[in-house]
Design a protein around this ligand. Structure first.
Ligand SMILES: C[S@@+](CC[C@H](N)C(=O)[O-])C[C@H]1O[C@@H](n2cnc3c(N)ncnc32)[C@H](O)[C@@H]1O
Length: 373
């Protein structure tokens, strides 16, 4: 395993990886401003080649301790395991890995808390959840300081993988240097014994970064969970929108689902709706001519949120600038689509006018390779 610009704890970690049976002969660890540590190919690699193998006993997975937290959040099980290993100090067989993991500073959620819409509420929820988890970890392990607990919670939040087939949540050394891309060149799988393999999905040139897809989530979620946003096209170019409906004019009083609950929809980069299903009950609850009522209500709500995004302060943070610009563009094109449907008043049902063409719905395949968020 080669490594450039190594610091001491990274070198100790890499030596430990070798002893633990982690095989990554054609990968190098690099650091890049704005991307942190990352994996880079040291050889030209063909498609479908295994480039990393991490044996099960080198992986920190959800342990017996997680039983304590069954009624609570999934991440506490893994965080508990991590803090337990940290408390063992040099006695822990994962010590170099644990040390490296707990060096990571949690990213600042404060500047995100004032963002409009779902982005701001996600950040505020995350702040509350982090505080609860830190308190729970400290209460469960009196030798654990709030700072250690905060670092553990952050490491778990941003680095845990979940394998559906193996039904396992885990912190996987070396593999967790892999960054996310909307067009990844690798995917991972977990064997039934809990070991992990990383395999190329395309040809990879020498020096090229190896990436996977963590998830197909909007930029606001990427920012709150992982601390970065992506430019360009892809599933990240979308906005989650909470729509409060209350009582619409022309709503049927009897029968039909409750239209009072706010519903969440997702708007894609081309201004179409990805998830239309939450709006369907509302349509059922309206009188026949009331598609227009719904469209007008939608337009009003979107205009309100658009105004909030236009007034949002990026606080000289380039990630926030990108998120704000993208949210404005997405909401604007969605609003234009609704308004032109209202103006045209054509026979096309509102939901199909707002929905995406088939290929846009399909999204992006993540197979086993979705990280928890
Ligand atoms: C699983 S770790 C990946 C390795 C990480 N770069 C490191 O330094 O250890 C996930 C973190 O990597 C960073 N990251 C991943 N993909 C990124 C990307 N496309 N752009 C910028 N940062 C990214 C984010 O800080 C994220 O929370």
């Amino acid at each position: 395993m080669l490594c450039s610009h190594v610091d001491q704890s990274l070198q100790r970690f890499l030596d430990w990886c070798f002893e633990a049976g982690i095989r990554a002969g054609s990968l190098d660890v690099r650091s890049l401003r704005g991307r942190g540590r990352l994996l880079q190919a040291t050889h030209e690699l063909s498609e479908d080649v295994e480039i990393l193998y991490v044996p099960a006993d080198a992986i920190i997975s959800e342990g017996v301790a997680s039983q304590t937290y069954q009624a609570s959040h999934w991440s506490l099980g893994v965080a508990h395991r991590l803090v337990e290993e940290d408390c063992l100090g040099r006695e822990s067989r994962f010590q170099p890995y644990v040390q490296l993991l707990l060096e990571g500073e949690p990213h600042d959620l404060q500047i995100m808390e004032r963002l409009p819409g779902c982005a701001g509420s996600l950040a505020r929820e995350k702040v509350k959840l982090r505080a609860l988890h830190i308190a729970e970890l400290c209460a469960a392990m009196p030798t654990c300081t709030a700072d250690r607990a905060a670092r553990a919670v952050y490491a778990v939040d941003s680095r845990t993988v979940y394998s559906h087939p193996a039904q396992a949540r885990a912190l996987v050394p070396f593999f967790d240097f892999v960054n996310h891309s909307a067009c990844p060149n690798a995917r991972w799988t977990m064997d039934s014994d809990g070991s992990l393999r990383l395999v190329t999905t395309t040809r990879v040139e020498i020096g090229e970064e190896v990436t996977i897809s963590y998830d197909s989530i909007p930029n606001a979620r990427l920012l709150v969970t992982y601390g970065f946003v992506l430019d360009g096209e892809g599933p990240h170019r979308s906005v989650d929108l909470n729509l409060p409906f209350g009582k619409l004019p022309d709503t049927l009083d009897e029968g039909g689902p409750d239209a009072k609950q706010p519903v969440q929809v997702q708007i894609l980069g081309n201004g179409t709706l990805r998830r239309r299903a939450p709006l369907v009950p509302l349509l059922h609850n309206l009188c026949s001519r009331s598609e227009t009522v719904l469209a007008e209500h939608l337009a009003k709500q979107v205009a309100v949120e658009l105004e909030q995004w236009q007034a949002a302060d990026a606080k000289e943070d380039s990630r926030l600038t990108l998120l704000i610009d993208m949210s404005v563009e997405v909401l604007q094109s969605f609003l234009e689509r609704i308004l032109s449907w209202i103006q045209a008043a054509d026979a096309k049902p509102l939901m199909s006018a707002l929905g995406p063409p088939e290929e846009a719905v399909t999204g992006h395949s993540t197979s086993d390779d979705s990280q928890d968020s």
